[in-house]
Write a protein that binds this ligand. Structure first.
Ligand code: GLU
Length: 512
């Protein structure tokens, strides 16, 4: 196989969760690194559990993360005839057989095995039926499933997993598994292989939970006369209790959509997810999309062994995938750190360092949701808008902080931080008069500049015999609602004279 072709085949039975997203990103990185193709296939054969809403959610989530696919989405349900044809071929070639055992019969055998403390495995009764016996049972209209004939000679099915190494399973440990149900529906195990063969998949990169399916799938590949793909299984994502992350037990907190709603930057989440289960030898944590894609596309870049400089050309290889399951740390009870602190830190890093125009575009979406958007921010107030973001982002962790902690920069209905009120306002009763007086001095200035407001504050503090910090911190509280922030002289000059003056005058309300 010369061309690298990978696939992401989600089952659309719920939202896109972080584990699935991570698998999608690994596939995408691998495809991009090798100039290959990423195929998106929606495995919607479970008609009862698949929903349109889930399909849309998965597509939106991938697009938001920047995981671009090259082919698809293909829909597994559209290939039902092909899946059935493959089952028929396996039957015709003697690689599968019809099994007429009833549910009750199988159940009784399973119970007997359990009672004898033995492992139950289908005993192959129907494998021994003669063609006449099969015809007879069919003539009687007995329902049947189709089972795959696992080789009976001693031997093993093995493969070299790119992450887990050599994996082998003895033939005798694999039962003759069902490939078509009694209602005529081919099973997932078969559909998945038939589709991967048709889509010419060269590398199957998926969660470790697929590892136990692989020996059976390899038997199917062989029986269908197809070349084997290379398999690479990714460790699972676990929570702090070492339980597998799942939508059933963790709910929305593990969905990509949740992170989006909590103000994550798409690439920050992708970057964080890449690190769940993968690391470079120098434990580097921040990779821009461009850096990763670049590293993936050019394989002739000189290697630098310097420890400060990660080796670009091994930025993503299976070697970096850790074999132990990775821990996904989140704290439900702490609203600020609703998720892994590392995820928050990575998000804050991007929030504070990406070009401000990029942040502006993301904040726009947030503000539109919050009713804070003003069309002038795209026009004559654009520079003012962007400067507000730039001045405040240093302390922020998510995009939501602009509308909450940074609200006073854009609206008058902002909340007053309790500590700011207690420590920087109420503790100094004099501020009830001083702040309105400062307002008057500011109002007398033609415009509020950094230097002029600093001069006025210092002079006034000296006249009053108080530290300038008392005035400045009090002003910060009533103007921004916060305890901390950028230099107040810059804030006076930025936020608008009218707002500064009004808020300083309004300081009296806090003492009532
Ligand atoms: N549809 C399967 C899933 O969502 C895909 C497994 C695979 O990658 O083979 O788990």
């Amino acid at each position: 196989m010369t061309e690298v072709r990978v696939r992401f085949p989600p089952s659309p039975t719920g939202y896109l969760h972080i584990g699935g997203a991570r698998t999608a990103i690994y596939n995408w990185l691998f495809a991009r690194k090798h100039g290959g193709k990423l195929v998106l296939r929606i495995e919607d054969t479970d008609a009862e559990r698949s929903t349109q809403e889930s399909i849309q959610g998965i597509l939106d989530g991938l697009e938001w993360l920047g995981v671009t696919w090259d082919e698809g989405p293909y829909f597994q349900s559209e290939y039902a005839a092909e899946h059935m044809a493959a089952a028929q071929r396996l039957l015709a070639d003697g690689n599968a057989y019809k099994c007429f055992c009833s549910k009750e019969e199988l159940e009784a055998k399973r119970e007997a095995a359990a009672a004898a403390k033995g492992d139950y495995r289908y005993d192959g009764v129907c494998r021994k039926l003669s063609p006449e016996q099969v015809r007879e049972k069919e003539a009687q209209g007995l329902p049947y499933v189709i089972r795959f004939k696992v080789p009976q000679e001693p031997g093993k099915v093995g493969f070299d997993d790119q992450v887990y190494g050599r994996v082998e399973r003895a033939h005798e440990d694999i039962e003759d598994f069902v490939i078509v149900r009694s209602n005529g529906m081919p099973l997932y195990l078969l559909c998945n292989v038939v589709d991967d063969i048709r889509d010419r998949i060269s590398h199957v990169i998926r969660g470790q939970d697929g590892l136990s399916n692989t020996p059976r799938q390899i038997l199917l590949y062989r029986a269908l006369g197809a070349e084997l793909p290379i398999f690479a299984h990714m460790p699972l994502t676990l929570d702090l209790n070492k339980a597998k992350i799942s939508k059933r037990s963790h709910g929305e907190i593990v969905s990509v959509q949740f992170y989006r709603e909590q103000g994550f930057l798409p690439w920050a989440l992708a970057n964080f997810l890449v690190l769940l289960g993968w690391s470079t030898s120098d434990d580097r944590e921040i990779f821009s999309r461009e850096e990763l894609i670049e590293a993936f596309s050019f394989d002739g870049i000189t290697r630098s062994n310097s420890i400060f400089n990660y080796r670009k050309d091994d930025a993503f290889s299976f070697d970096g995938i850790t074999r132990s399951n990775s821990i996904f740390n989140y704290r439900k009870d702490d609203p600020k750190f609703f998720t892994d602190p590392k995820a928050i830190n990575i998000n804050a890093h991007y929030l504070r360092t990406l070009p401000i125009e990029e942040i502006g575009a993301l904040v726009k979406v947030e503000f539109q949701k919050e009713g804070l958007w003003d069309s002038a921010y795209d026009g004559e107030k654009k520079q003012w808008f962007l400067k507000n973001l730039d001045m405040t982002r240093e302390r922020f962790h998510t995009l939501k902080d602009f509308a909450s902690l940074g609200r006073a920069w854009f609206a008058d209905d902002f909340a007053m931080d309790e500590t700011a009120l207690a420590k920087n306002v109420l503790k100094h009763p004099g501020l009830k008069e001083w702040l309105p007086m400062l307002a008057e001095r500011f109002d007398a200035l033609p415009e509020l500049s950094h230097d002029e407001t600093e001069r006025v504050c210092r002079e006034f503090a000296e006249e009053l015999g108080v530290k300038v910090g008392v005035l400045v911190n009090g002003a910060r509280a009533v103007i921004t609602g916060q305890v901390k922030g950028p230099s107040m002289f810059e804030v006076f000059a930025q936020i608008s004279k009218q707002r500064v003056v009004t808020r300083l005058k309004g300081a009296t309300q806090y003492f009532e």
